[in-house]
Design a protein around this ligand. Sequence first.
Ligand SMILES: [Zn+2]
Length: 278
Amino acid sequence: MLRSKPPTPRGAVRLESSALVTILLLLIMFFSGLAPGGPDGQPSGPSSLSAASQPAPAPSEPETGSAKASSTVPAPAPAASPAPAPVPGSSHPSGNKPLAGYTIVLDPGHGGRDPGALGVSGRTWEKYNAWFVALDAKALLEQAGATVVLTRTGDVYVTLAERVQLAHRHGADLYISIHNDWNPTASIRGVTTYYWHERSRRLAEVLQAELASRLGTRSVGVLRQPFYVLRNTQMPAVLVELGFLSNREEEARLADPAYRWRAAEAIYRGVLRYLSEA
Ligand SMILES: [Zn+2]
């Protein structure tokens, strides 16, 4: 009766309940020493069947040897294998920490007696906008397991040298400086990501793509500039300009918590994507 069945394609085996019965019968036959010589032309019962009845694990799973997880035991899911980006704000399966082991420095620009750019309306300061984006991004990155270090603890003045030293002291893997732009031409708007060293270019490209799409704004582009924090950091480092405070419309958006949250999400997604490529 079993042998009269037409050959069943492997993919279908796990879908049909009748095939499950077949598997059970074959397993019973195997363990009682009655293994058939491959009813449908497949090698021999149990091993191939047990392989076919395992739906989830991809064949490449044991090979996920990433730099951060060099273990001798073939543990199934090393912490550093970046899973597909969880949707921020949605429930995070516990134990799913794709950024565990990474230290990321978020550098909200300016602070204290250095307010940064003043919005064209005169009501918003760059130092506050950058701060709140950094807080949101910190929450998202930490949720994914990262260690996040902020270069300032609130509205306080910190020199550029101190920010860079902090990043080195923590052995940061990535450095992301957060700013708002300003231009004398009020019509100019859009998001820009800067880098300096070649090692930082890819991170800049990924973040810029995420920011432009997530914020739904014009992409000024990925530009190279020798800003102090980009020049003097030893890890991939970028500086994002999330929009122009000199543009009335963008000033309003940059002060909007929902817009800032989207910017933080873009930073978070960019980091995930960048590290999953590494
Ligand atoms: Zn700035």
